[in-house]
Design a protein around this ligand. Sequence first.
Ligand code: 13P
Ligand code: SF4
Length: 331
Amino acid sequence: MNIKNSWLKSGYVDESVPTNIDLKGEIIRLKEEKDAIIMGHFYQKKEIQDIADFVGDSLALAQEAAKTDAKIIVLAGVHFMAETAKILSPDKMVLVPDLNAGCSLADSCPPEAFAEFVKDHPGHTVLTYVNTTAQIKALSDIVVTSTNARNIVESLPANEKIIFGPDRNLGNYLNSISGRDMVLWDGACHVHEKFSVEKIVELKKENPEALVLAHPECKQPLLVLADFIGSTASLLNYTKQSDCCKFIVATESGIIHQMEKYHPEKVFIPAPPNDSTCACNDCEYMKLNTLEKLYNCLKYEWPAIEVEEEIRKEAVKPINRMLDISRQFGL
Ligand code: 13P
Ligand code: SF4
């Protein structure tokens, strides 16, 4: 097979992995041989989380990418996470198991239209969620993640005029808790918008002792009934510290793997979406990554993320501002 052609076609190395190899052992061998670090987001498949050197939320992945000594970063997550790693560590090779792992939220914010939006609001500070392309970050003053968004918004003077994008749900939530009136871009994540409030209310009736945990990308009616709202890392920490033994988890179900690892005796019920018979709600982009693609990307050192230097130089500034402010808050 012509591997190069299949690369170009598929966005990942479309080379079948021999079935007689110890796949996990080979991934570890290649990683050590090439001085690579495998970083995985909490929404990855269990087997990828388990083989990763580092598992975290968007903020932790960016922080780790900025400080790692490894020569190669393999980012098992979605494209914007790998792009953020490349922006922070331009001299390193940043690989992704599957280039098709996009993000509906990042896609809901095209750069040309966002540039117009910024132009239409002169004098506004531009705050953007990390789930965006490098071009959007290059148009921003400060990047935020769901872990530090509240701290960053509240660190700005109360009368500062702010544009927030692209997530309207996170933006609305931040406005409600901070008393700000940020102008919001009208974007959303299809996974978090799909949770069914009705089904969660039913689950709560059947499990009255369960606490509802929700990611701030969920719609407001769901956030209103949540007992705790936070980023993936915050939700995980909450389950570690809480005395409660049952949780209804309204975010991508991959995080439940970490929750169960820390507390195998507790019960974690994935919140169901409104449009299927499936009990949980997965991000199909996150789930594109497999151990086979991870093995191939390490072996062939492809696909690699590239960011145009002109854009990178602008995009790194708001990310570094985020990292600086986060440090001030001990995050
Ligand atoms: P976290 O930063 O909370 O991990 O969120 C990432 C994400 O893509 C949520 O959908
Ligand atoms: Fe993007 Fe939503 Fe998937 Fe997170 S869950 S990566 S916001 S599409």
